[in-house]
Ligand binder design. Sequence first.
Ligand code: FAD
Length: 500
Amino acid sequence: MLTISDVKSLCAREPRFDDMICSLRAISRQPKKMRKETAEVVALARKFNDEVVRPYAAELDRKVQEDPDFLPLEFIETANRWGLYTLWIPRIFGGKGYNLPSFSYFIEEIASACTAMANLIGVHYLGVATLISAWNTPIIQRVFSEVVQGEQNGQPCLISLALTEPGAGTDVEETELMDRGKIACHARKVAGGYVVNGSKVFISNGHLSTWHMLYSFADLEKPSSNLVMLAVKTGSKGFSFGRKERKMGQKGCPASELIFDECFVADENVCIDPEQTAKLSRSATETTMQLIDYLFGASRAGVGAFGTGVARGAFEAALKFAAETDVEGKKLINHEWAQSMLAQMYRNVLVSRYAYVEANYAHGMDGMFRLLQLKPLYYLTRYAPSAALKLVVTPLMDSRLGTWLMRKIHCDSQTEEEIERTSGLGSLAKFTGTDAGVKNGQLALDLMGQAGLRQDRLAEKHLRDAKLMQIYEGTNQLNRINLFKCLVAKGIPQVSVFTD
Ligand SMILES: Cc1cc2nc3c(=O)[nH]c(=O)nc-3n(C[C@H](O)[C@H](O)[C@H](O)COP(=O)(O)OP(=O)(O)OC[C@H]3O[C@@H](n4cnc5c(N)ncnc54)[C@H](O)[C@@H]3O)c2cc1C
């Protein structure tokens, strides 16, 4: 018979158990206040939905349908007034410093009402996360202080991520693919900075953003080891906006072309380049992959939350319809087949939520959220008076020492296992949530018949909006392969991934 000590020693021989269920390891480490903060964020999202998003969702969709060049400036100003563009900027950089996982719950709420408006807020944090990912602290400090000022003076200052090129989407998200692809955005080193030539496409919020986090490459023959990440400001000489895409869904959120023609970017706006990469412990190619994993691991969990939100929106539309509609002498909701369908839709929402929550637990321990969730640092950065933070932390972040320190903590000290776990779970959350969004969109239309196709019910909008999510932040095919690479292939002999 097994004794307690047998069981304990069995457990000790199974060190990966905690990794399989991140929440098990994470919960006791998380600052308790995070829960209260998250409840505040969800309450704020629901109020914002009631007052701003729901009343405007159908109108915004229609406006862009009628005039594809329409830009939702009024909405951006409203979101700025509500303080939504600084809520997840850490207090050490002047923001409100809400814990980063709470962003996912917030975005699920907003996406359940309108994904386009969720993106008009959420994509800014993709830019924020990209800027953070290179940990060049003086640039982070400067750009974030503009976002904070923009909130104070009523002139929104948003940040976009510019990665995708006309000939390279998936290829820019994996170092194994970069050197075989058609990457063409070139950064030429010159005295005092870089000169950029090339273009980017499908950049969400491009036309609305003040800063653009640009992935360019110093050598197009070997981009994987020559990443140059730049912060480019709207209005810079040699930088212009091209077309806005006419697309299927998320119509209220522009997808922009950005054009760089001999665009000079000064050294002070170089977030990371081969010279800086050489000072890190990994090779240049490994560092490029680590940066991508570090960023997308976190942001893909957020896209999983978008997908969960749209899956929930479709479920709620179907549930309301079933509760109100008579079929064969009784409410549709009292037909067993409808109940089974609604249960399946509800399950899609919950499973997707579990996936992004679990990924965020991993990021809190081993990825982008790690430092700010360490209990002493969390309480210090959340509750120390702003004046004290300005006196002590701001000068450090403004210096090269700040960059060196943050890169030591975040880049050099992150183990391969931690990179794989956070990246793999980010991909899992992404394709689980966004597949659920599309599935629930289809089920809602199945259940609602012709009523679901009418634009005023918004069910067809959920389906159109959800489809786009399966494509951005890496197609769901790419994310499945990334999950395989990170969490399945490990340790299996003779498995190769992304080498076709
Ligand atoms: C609405 C929207 C918003 C977006 N916002 C942004 C943004 O803000 N910033 C930004 O930089 N980008 C953005 N994108 C671009 C997005 O990230 C890319 O569309 C995505 O990475 C896929 O790239 P692609 O479209 O070039 O497809 P491709 O890479 O051309 O892929 C085409 C097909 O081939 C498959 N495929 C490609 N390579 C492989 C491989 N090696 N193995 C297996 N299958 C493969 C893909 O899965 C897909 O099925 C956005 C896209 C959309 C639709």
